[in-house]
Design a protein around this ligand. Sequence first.
Ligand code: SAM
Length: 241
Amino acid sequence: MKAYLVEDAEAFAKVSDVRDALGHLQAFGLGPIGELAVRQIEDADWLEAWKESFTPIRIGAFLVRPTWSDARDDGAIALVLDPGMAFGTGLHPTTQQCLEVLSRLPLDGARVLDVGTGSGILAIAAAKRGAGKVVAVDIDPLAVRAATENAKGNDVSVDIRAGSVADVVGTFDMVLANLVGPVLVQVASHLRARLRTSATLVAAGITTQAEPEVLDAFSAQGLGVVDRIERSDWVRLILTA
Ligand code: SAM
């Protein structure tokens, strides 16, 4: 187990509390408990460290690569990203599950809404697959900034806004929602309201544990599952009305 602490006036006291608590675990017969190791991380390392794990990756029709890589795959649609502090490098199973859908469903001229766009990865992928209009929202201002930069870097037009699905008007042929189970439950009625007749909702970020509750919320909105996949305990659903 690793924990990260801000190095402030209380940091040493917190480390000492953890060391004591580990000692108590041994008193309960749990063990062996290793030595507590403490290491200082410089801010610069912290901000840059994740970049080492972001390497080019082929997902369906797409090659997702960071801005600092010049990897090429002539058969693939390039998604060039600098996610900054936003979610969405293509490495997470939930993002991959959505990119796979965007690889195979026809999108020419489609109106697409991406709720919780993060780095903008799904919105940009939809635009590159020929979507006629793409709207993307996120409640995190860092995500809005990253997605805006990434759309520009990929030379695609995406209408990126701060906010959530409740702030969007109009209807769409496809709504993408890679959120988490409890948030999907919370916004289920708003997602439904943004779907045109026979439109598709792609919902991801659902743990197998949260799935029943999410299915109930969608079913209450008249949405039925037409496709489901599960990978590493993450479920992706495709639903229609
Ligand atoms: N779409 C990206 C992807 O597939 O990799 C990012 C998905 S990430 C799991 C979820 C994103 O949803 C985060 O950027 C988070 O800020 C945003 N988010 C969380 N709750 C939200 C809500 N209620 N409305 C809009 N965005 C939300």
